[in-house]
Write a protein that binds this ligand. Sequence first.
Ligand code: PCA
Length: 211
Amino acid sequence: MTTVLLTGFEPFAGDATNPSGDAVRRVADHWEGPEQLVTAVLPVEFGGARHRLLELIATHDPDVVIATGLAGGRIGISVERVAINLMDARIPDNAGDQPVDVPSSPDGPAAHFATLPVKAITAAIADAGIPAAVSHSAGTFVCNHAMFTALDVNGSGHRRAGFIHVPFAAEHAPQGQPALPLADITEALRIALRTALDTDVDTSYAAGTIA
Ligand code: PCA
């Protein structure tokens, strides 16, 4: 049985909700398979998120891992291409930890590329009329750390893993911030899972940035 792991995050930085966790719960409510879907909402804690993610991967040995989180201020869905081996927290996490200039994994490589078909996923979401782009930075906070962690345990080879940042949900966005309806964020994550499961070789098209 093919197994997929989809995670979101709890609220952080004083927000009442986190659209990533809300959307993951909705995807779970409507999943029709045939693959087994495992979902979780991770704590916004460097140590706690890593621990929980490693536990989930060890327990379920998923074929596909898509972790998701909020990137407030971004205008669409960001399909992350790279996780860097660095924690540099501008604010404390929900446990009060604020690592600065510390590697995610002291013995790990400088970075890991997502092993998801990031361009096919981005194109499929955009084709559904939902704004989406390939992103080349997942930041240096808990989301980047979670993405790096998921890819750092990718040793078995069969697993595809990566990360998707979502914007604020329109239902809860702070005044003046870009946002998408939670239904669109949910649909984007469903499309991402479907595309990751159904795409053997990623498509290739220019998706870079000049700066
Ligand atoms: N976004 C934060 C951490 C949790 C979340 O949803 C980030 O981008 O690192």
